[in-house]
Design a protein around this ligand. Structure first.
Ligand code: CA
Length: 687
């Protein structure tokens, strides 16, 4: 008896040791706060609460990176954009794909543990501005959280993928969507929404992670004053709007760029454009709190401060790009800052305790909408005519000098690494006759503008893409690397003195963090938009990235985007001495199209069809009918052409993601579009 006791007691330390290393440990507040020390996992969107996307791991480093090889690949069978940051907990990758699908994958082998399909109605696609993408999940206490394209927030059991609770975060009668990753702040799941282009009222909500009960909601723009304002913040904001703004929803949707500072207990996020796009059409005013960086108190969602990057927004300069926190010494003073490389072309450094503007500078050349920022307030100095009702060409384009694609900060080099787009141009032709219509997009852009600027646009120098290493203290670039493609992927920085970025041409590249020297490349088979992550399993360092080309740039497929590579989506994972080979299935058409039918449409009808196509069909089927991730209509078969009106107006292919346009187009317009497609097939067949 005694002997047995002794044995048991003697075993206990070993047992405790086993327990303390045993997995899984749960992702709780302590784990999230100390995520920087936990190099084996990648537990939250930006790896740490400050969103640095810097991993101290250094097995893969500037000396060894030449031996980096593929460990495994996992095909996902989609041709749409993949934008997710994979989260990694105890050797399992949790990530998302097209149509808000969720995947749990063994990080070492690539075997799928489970998948979850939220069955998003495919006909919703009309109201998704920028592809059926999703930027990832959040993990907390045994659950995986995903926001879906149709506005649901779903908690899944981490082990099985089975739904635990579902919260409907938006009014399904309105054209909201969710593409952003949820974030965790002290037991709450934080989720925003998108849809300002269609006309909705933006807000961010916090839900209890355990139960799915809403804890608070912060509206980003004021509602109908006759119903009373929800807060003082809304009352203040209403004074910056004109007319019956609430009838359009107002916009300001916070669709990405959410971070939490547990020390200050502040939650930061950016907001999108106002509805409609054009200030003069809205009637003037700053339109608070659109195009702003906002801080709210995490316990109740009340406004702490705001900084409006683009007052009276007019060019689709959403302020929803990643927000990064850092403690920097600026002008001899220790500052707690929050930083953003905004769509509008300026890099902002703000005091994250107060929202005070510290500094701002253009991180790309060729910004034309503003000549600079007021050095005291940070308010932009707009160029004359940039926001008039008269058509004007402005840079950056609505795709921005930088968009949602994550950036990284290396505490070793003190540099912020980001993918920038230089010299993107857009023709803003406001439609003074615009009236809000809940059934269609509400940009107030004149879709049929055919004036001289349309021709001029085609003569401007093409845009270029760069990887920029930005010194946020000096507000200048330390180095820049020119990329062959305009649009490129998110960025990862590591303790191996490396920066990783995928490109639109499907090349994953490792650069030396200190000077931008290219050290390693890999052909991923399809363009890359997503940011890589790194972690360890059983002591070995891995690097994973979602590969898949789409989003607004992929779907729109504008000429001059560079050698972008459309194709099938996959997860790729690398390790030193990895020996797997990638077999990317072929995608696209090898031969020129052959027109399947002939039409006797007049040149005038075909021209009208071109304008209708580019404004209605082009956002998905590609500008000038050259498509990427979705069917290229120049290759439409005779059967498709015979059924054309049924598809476009009758919604015959709604379940495949092609919605009905019966509220937007009439039968004659559909015929003109069809004639244009046939003429494009004819033109292309000759090449
Ligand atoms: Ca927008």
């Amino acid at each position: 008896m005694l002997k047995r006791h002794v044995t048991v007691w003697a075993m206990l330390p070993a047992l405790f040791a086993f327990v303390s290393c045993s997995r899984p440990k749960t992702v709780d507040d302590a784990a999230l706060r100390s995520a920087d020390q936990d190099t084996s996992n990648w537990l939250t969107y930006g790896r740490t609460y400050d969103d640095h996307r810097f991993s101290p791991l250094s097995q893969i480093n500037e000396q060894t990176v030449s031996k980096l090889g593929l460990a495994w690949s996992r095909e996902l069978g989609t041709t749409r954009g993949l934008e997710a940051t994979p989260l990694v907990e105890d050797g399992v990758i949790y990530t998302t794909g097209s149509w808000s699908m969720v995947y749990a994958v063994d990080a070492k082998t690539g075997e799928i543990r489970w998948t979850y399909d939220p069955k998003v109605p495919r006909e919703n696609a009309y109201f998704i501005c920028c592809d059926v993408v999703n930027r990832g999940v959040a993990l907390y206490k045994g659950k995986v959280f995903v926001g879906t394209l149709d506005g649901r927030l779903i908690a899944l059991d981490e082990k099985s993928g089975a739904p635990v609770w579902t919260a409907s975060t938006t009014d399904s009668a309105k054209q909201y969507s969710i593409t952003g990753a949820p974030r965790i702040a002290k037991g709450m799941v934080i989720i925003g929404n998108a849809g300002a282009e269609n006309g909705v009222r933006g807000y961010i909500s916090a839900y209890d992670a355990e139960t799915g009960k809403m804890a608070w909601r912060f509206y980003t723009v004021p509602g109908d004053p006759s119903k009373g304002f929800e807060s003082k913040a809304m009352e203040t904001a209403a004074k910056t709007w004109t007319g019956e703004y609430w009838k359009t929803g107002g916009g300001g949707t916070p669709w990405e760029g959410i971070v939490y500072d547990p020390a200050l207990d502040l939650l930061y996020f950016g907001t999108g454009n106002a509805t409609a796009w054009y200030r003069a059409i809205r009637g003037g005013g700053d339109s608070l709190y659109t195009a702003s960086i906002i801080a709210v108190h995490a316990n109740n969602g009340e406004l702490a401060w705001y900084f409006q990057t683009t007052p009276g927004e007019n060019w689709d300069y959403d302020a929803t790009q990643p927000l990064m926190q850092a403690d920097l010494t600026i002008g001899g003073r220790a500052r707690k800052v929050i930083m953003q490389a905004n769509k509008n072309g300026f890099f902002y450094v703000l005091d994250r305790e107060t929202g005070e503007f510290i500094s701002g500078a253009p991180f790309v050349s060729g910004v034309t909408w503003a000549t600079g920022l007021d050095p005291k307030t940070g308010r932009p100095i707009e160029s004359p005519g940039a926001a008039d009702l008269k058509p004007v060409i402005v840079s950056p384009s609505p795709d921005g000098a930088h968009n949602w694609n994550p950036m990284a900060f290396s505490p070793t080099t003190g540099l912020v690494y980001l993918g920038a787009k230089v010299g993107t141009q857009f023709l803003h032709a406001p439609d003074p006759k615009w009236k809000y219509d809940a059934e269609r997009s509400n940009l107030a852009l004149d879709p049929m503008y055919d004036g001289p600027l349309a021709a001029k646009l085609g003569t401007l120098p093409p845009a270029t893409g760069e990887l920029v290493a930005w010194d946020p203290v000096a507000q200048k670039a330390a180095w820049r690397v020119k990329n062959p493609t305009v649009e490129d992927g998110g960025v990862l920085a590591t303790g191996g003195n490396l920066v990783f970025q995928g490109r639109g041409d499907g090349t994953l590249v490792a650069y030396r963090a200190t000077d931008g020297k290219e050290l390693w490349t890999f052909d991923a088979g399809t363009g890359i938009m997503a940011p890589p992550v790194t972690y360890t399993v059983d002591g070995t360092q891995y690097l994973s990235v979602m590969v898949g080309w789409g989003g607004a740039p992929g779907l729109f497929n504008a000429p001059g985007s560079g050698p972008v590579k459309h194709g099938y989506g996959r997860i790729l994972t690398f390790t030193l001495n990895g020996t797997a080979t990638l077999k990317a299935p072929p995608y696209g058409h090898k031969d020129p199209p052959v027109p399947a039918i002939t039409t006797n449409a007049s040149p005038k009808t075909i021209h009208e069809g071109s304008l209708l196509f580019n404004s209605n069909c082009g956002p998905c089927h590609g500008i000038n009918a050259v498509a990427g991730p979705v069917p290229d209509l120049r290759y439409a078969t005779k059967e498709i052409h015979q059924d054309f009106e049924n598809i476009v107006l009758g919604g015959n292919r709604a379940s495949a993601g092609m919605p009905s346009f019966k509220n937007i187009l009439n039968a004659d317009q559909v015929k003109a579009i069809q004639a244009y497609i046939v003429s494009r097939a004819r033109e292309s067949s000759k090449k």
